[in-house]
Design a protein around this ligand. Sequence first.
Ligand SMILES: *Cc1c(COP(=O)(O)O)cnc(C)c1O
Length: 405
Amino acid sequence: MKEKSLHEDTVVVHTGYDAKSHHGSLTVPLYQTSTFSFETAEQGESRFAGDEAGLIYSRLGNPTVQLLEERMTALEKGKGALAFGSGMAAVSSILVHLTKTGDHILCSRGIYGCTFGLLGMLEEKYNITHDLIQMGTEEEIERAIKPETVCIYVETPINPTMELVDLQAVVNVAKRHGLRVVVDNTFSSPYLQKPITLGVDFVLHSATKYINGHGDVIAGLLIGNDKDEMEEIRVSVQKDYGGIISPFDAWLLLRGIKTLPIRMERHTSNAEKIIAFLKQQPLVEKIYYPFDVDNPQYSIAKKQMRAGGGLISFTMKGGKKGAQKLLNSLSLIKIAVSLGDAETLIQHPATMTHSVVPHDERISMGITDSLLRLSVGLEHADDLIADLNQALKKVEQSLRKENAN
Ligand SMILES: *Cc1c(COP(=O)(O)O)cnc(C)c1O
């Protein structure tokens, strides 16, 4: 069968693997090796010269890692991929590749905290500047472009308010001005959103999250729409900066990816049930979810995402105290940052993931003291709802007690 015609659910299980070249091993072997021996001195010479294809040293290529890269290329519908030791290694590598001193990066106004930190460092040390803007319309994006702008860096949905950026609008502007577009697709996973099919140049992931899905690996991935350019990044940036993934972590990711489609379906259906429950709760004020029919950006969500995924943010009555009381009253749902795991996780952005953002800036981003972010896991929805229900009752009691005093 032609691999091109296979469905995504099949691609994540089979693409790129030929058991015949591995003693018939059903699953991909773990090549836990640092280096590869040459048969002769001349073979070593021609591999180093690039005259003969073949493996040299695991920082330059490893069969387990290569299969992961091939599968991710197919999943994101790109032309090439690179695996990294963390999501941040993928972020820093693509920015190093795309920019030089004096350049400018245009960013969506909500970006991952460490990406924000990296942009600050690039500015201070190398005079690579950036602006964070709301990308509501093409005009808004266009107005922010400077002569030095070389790329647009976007996260959508934005953490933790689930604000969306219209990727088609970004691509339209970028094409008009000859800019490259990078999308951090961590929150959606390739199952829900494929930015390269919309004309984006690079997609990156913290594979720590949905791609792996089991909360036991830190890893990153970068997928591009140009095979030669991806090879250039491999030999010019990754080889020398060295942020590679370990073969064992690549092997765990290959295992995780096999269930990505069915996990994303369950994350989404659980999230939908929890939203229906939260909407009935007098203590819950505002719910942020891309596919919520009340979301003013619902039409953008439907245009570029297959479904809403597993992340829900919501605000509640009782401010910071109420939010923390809810966290402390949960038992099945764990208090933790990160997302995309089998376990349902909840965190308080104002005091956790976004605690370094200055207060006024944080509020203007919609991250109030009562906002909570829930990463809905794979447990039975009824058990999660029961846990939320008993915890909300406890919050209600404590608020009532406070009002009585
Ligand atoms: C977690 C995360 C990152 C960073 O990834 P690491 O694997 O922790 O280095 C980048 N972007 C987003 C959106 C994330 O959630």
